[in-house]
Design a protein around this ligand. Structure first.
Ligand SMILES: [Zn+2]
Length: 441
């Protein structure tokens, strides 16, 4: 790992800075930033690396399933997902995750929050092997992993778990604590799958378990209000919509990351803004699944915090995720530059999602500043940015960039992607054999 990295431009917390050298400590954190003597050495424009704040990495193998007429709703897609989940071994998961994590790095993500609920072995027996497979894949790929073991207790508000959910479920929090005892340093916090899968009177206990296991500031995640049917069931069961149920059951604060929140009403969105919780939006998956569109522009204008996630991993691309987010808001409001700020739409969206995303797995990254990890995306001057001044660069990238740009990616100061290609490419043949097996069923 180099001791210094020098860039012609970097995007720091106060905006663009010219000719800067980052001095790194042995752990790959930025110790200090100084004026550079040779500004061109390591690249043109360095941006804070993006955290993928919501991923179910096994679903990468599900791409293309559920795209025919008979699987026309979210719930039918979910049945296809369960059928896949039933078959995957730890070796399969490692092969799938390695390919997906490498793609994340090549797509501008330097870290991933893995919302992990495929806990048990195919025969239902208990093991740490599925979690270990995710950890090994992240290590092999070189991406920073924030593993979030997911508590999943039942099939619906008033239903026990179905057969297809048996690899996900725990009997109670004590049972879940045994799974946590098998997890190592990669675990940073906990998740409740959703209000339909976790009784609201167990949420406070889950928060206590997170406090004891990972500390009182450790991140907490939950799927919320993704589908109108789920919101209706919640109102029928609790008399209130999901975010208000959550806010009564726990202290809703900055630790919380609410995934989707697509159908949260005005009162719920106001409650989220007040609490400082982050909404994790996954526009490519939400579009693919036909979830709906969260009014992110209005939420952002009120000071709401937004991160992005690749969720089902149907397409892994940080720029495209942000572009889909902004374009959906433009279509919704018939305005332009909806998720914008004084630095422009591209820089505002990228920096906010990078900062909130990093905090969704415990912080320590997401800014180019002393004390933060040197997790960086470095964009070259040639190609899309030829002739473009730095302060317009992120607007160009937001509109036009995607995975495949000749970027360099550093994680903790280590080069993981050079000119768009991972330095540790995965064994794609293993994934091919798994996909052939899945598609031949
Ligand atoms: Zn999800």
């Amino acid at each position: 790992m180099p001791n210094t990295l020098t860039f012609e431009w970097l995007l720091g917390p106060r905006g663009f800075e010219a000719s800067r050298t980052l001095h790194l400590d042995p752990a790959g954190r930025i110790e200090r930033i100084e004026a550079a003597r040779d500004p061109h050495r390591d690249g043109y424009l360095a941006l804070p690396g993006m955290t993928n704040a919501h991923s179910h990495v096994f679903q990468y193998a599900l791409r293309g399933c559920g795209e025919r007429g008979g699987l026309g709703t979210f719930w039918q897609w979910r049945a296809a997902m369960y059928a896949l989940a039933e078959t995957l071994t730890p070796e399969d998961l490692h092969a799938i995750a390695t390919v997906a994590f490498v793609q994340m790095l090549e797509a501008g993500y330097t870290a991933v929050a893995e919302f992990h609920y495929l806990h048990h072995l195919p025969d239902g027996s208990r093991s740490g092997a599925m979690m270990d497979a995710v950890v090994a894949a992240a290590s092999d790929a070189g991406i920073r992993l924030g593993l979030l073991p997911v508590y999943y207790r039942r099939g619906g508000f008033d239903r026990p778990a179905e057969a297809g959910q048996r690899r996900f479920v725990h009997r109670n929090l004590d049972d879940f604590a045994k799974t946590l005892a098998r997890c190592g340093e990669a675990c940073v916090g906990l998740a409740a799958h959703s209000l339909r899968a976790v009784p609201s009177d167990e949420l406070a206990g889950l928060v206590s378990l997170a406090d004891r296991s990972f500390g009182p500031a450790s991140p907490l995640h939950i799927h919320v209000s993704e589908q109108p049917g789920e919101v209706r069931d919640c109102v029928r069961h609790h008399g209130r919509p999901p975010v208000l149920v959550l806010a009564e059951a726990v202290e809703l604060d900055r630790r919380w990351n609410l995934v989707h929140a697509t159908h949260a009403g005005l009162l719920e969105r106001e409650r989220i803004v007040e609490s400082g919780a982050t909404v994790v939006l996954c526009p490519l998956t939400e579009g693919q699944l036909g979830d709906g569109v969260f009014p992110a522009g209005e939420f952002h204008d009120r000071g709401g915090r937004i991160a992005i996630g690749s969720d089902s991993n149907v397409r892994i691309d940080a720029w495209e995720e942000l572009r889909s987010l902004e374009f959906a808001q433009r279509a919704l409001t018939q305005r332009r530059n909806v998720l914008s700020g004084p630095a422009g739409t591209g820089a505002t969206l990228w920096c906010e999602a990078a900062r909130c995303g990093a905090e969704s797995i415990g912080g320590g990254a997401g800014r180019i500043a002393p004390g933060y990890a040197a997790d960086l995306l470095v964009v070259p001057r040639q190609g899309l940015l030829a002739g473009v001044p730095p302060d317009a660069a992120l607007d160009v990238l937001l509109l036009a960039a995607g995975r495949g740009e000749p970027v360099d990616v550093y994680v903790g100061g280590r080069l993981r992607v050079a000119a768009g290609k991972a330095l540790a490419p995965p064994d794609a043949g293993r994934l091919e054999r798994i996909l052939e097996r899945i598609w031949s069923r």
